[in-house]
Design a protein around this ligand. Structure first.
Ligand SMILES: NC(=O)c1ccc[n+]([C@@H]2O[C@H](COP(=O)([O-])OP(=O)(O)OC[C@H]3O[C@@H](n4cnc5c(N)ncnc54)[C@H](O)[C@@H]3O)[C@@H](O)[C@H]2O)c1
Length: 288
């Protein structure tokens, strides 16, 4: 049995705060690395808000909330990560930023500590090259919001050792998640299948197959999906999906990933979904 007493999370943003909460709720000590104190305060606020919501909804007791807050410490000092049992990287989605922090953290934690990245769109194999002993490096892809979403993807890079995959599968179980294994290909497993589906729906809508509302109702009631695809796009952010599917297209030249023209036009117009108040299903709807 691997010991997962102390976990390092890199980045105290949306995902870092959620992952820290999941680990702390499972009884682990968590140290979260950030760039400055203001961001540590921001991450802690997010964590506290999420926990407050859990208490209000009766999912969590006040004592558990306090215990989780006590188990998570923010730091700007990489040296404080020495001695951790596992590192989960969730810093900004930027190759150079990730490479830089991974190389420095790898030096601080020692040769054998498993290091996992939560990247959604970068190649895990490329990030693995930032650390000495890349056999201990893999993807551990959480979904947003991390405390709520049950699934994680354990992503095997070209040089990932089997023991690293096994460690991450065991860890996932320990924190109450269900893990699936995926190859290091654009979108891994879930997003690899989701991106072409969403692109196809946008194209069908642009072709005039049905109204936005009817498309969503049809897929919700006809297939039992909890959310229709156009409402889902509004939630994800049209820009976020456009960026991800464009990257996948550039990496593969597979036409199923090519962003449909309407999607790109809506992003260019600032119609980004819920966050901008206009999208396929929100507020005034799209203007085409
Ligand atoms: N948001 C999502 O829905 C989602 C879902 C799954 C995976 N991801 C992935 O998770 C990662 C983080 O995404 P996010 O949405 O939490 O981003 P975010 O912008 O909310 O948070 C990133 C945090 O990283 C910090 N950071 C940047 N450089 C750092 C450094 N050198 N050391 C320490 N901290 C540093 C930033 O200050 C910021 O607080 C990305 O790789 C993203 O692809 C995001």
């Amino acid at each position: 049995m691997t010991s997962f007493r102390h976990i390092a999370v890199l980045g105290y943003g949306t995902m870092g705060a959620g992952i820290a909460q999941v680990c702390a709720q499972a009884g682990q000590l968590v140290t979260v690395l950030e760039t400055d104190e203001l961001r540590i305060d921001g991450g802690r606020r997010q964590l506290a808000e999420f926990l407050d919501g859990g208490v209000t909804r009766g999912k969590l007791t006040d004592e558990e909330r306090m215990r989780v807050l006590d188990s998570v410490t923010g730091t700007t000092e990489i040296a404080y990560l020495a001695g951790v049992d596992l590192v989960i990287e969730a810093v900004s989605e930027n190759l150079e930023v990730k490479r830089n922090v991974l190389a420095r953290v790898a030096e601080a934690v020692g040769e054998d500590v498993v290091i996992a990245t939560n990247t959604s769109a970068l190649a895990v194999t490329e990030l693995a090259a930032s650390v000495p002993n890349p056999g201990r490096f893999a993807g551990l892809h959480f979904f947003n919001p991390a405390p709520v979403m049950k699934l994680v993807e354990v992503v095997r890079a070209v040089r990932t050792d089997k023991s690293t995959v096994d460690t991450l599968l065991e860890f996932s179980e320990r924190i109450g998640k269900v893990a699936v294994e995926a190859k290091d290909r654009p979108g891994f497993l879930v997003n690899r299948l989701l991106m072409p589906y969403l692109n196809d729906v946008v194209q069908a809508y642009d072709d005039g197959l049905a109204s936005a509302e009817d498309i969503d109702v049809a897929l919700e009631l006809g297939l039992g999906y909890p959310t229709g695809p156009l409402g889902l796009l509004d939630l994800i952010g049209l820009d976020v999906h456009e960026h991800a599917t464009r990257n996948a297209y550039q990496a593969t030249l597979d036409p199923q990933f090519a962003p449909p023209p309407l999607l790109s036009r809506m992003v260019a117009a600032g119609h980004l979904g819920r966050k901008s108040g206009r999208g396929f299903r929100v507020a005034e709807g799209n203007s085409e």
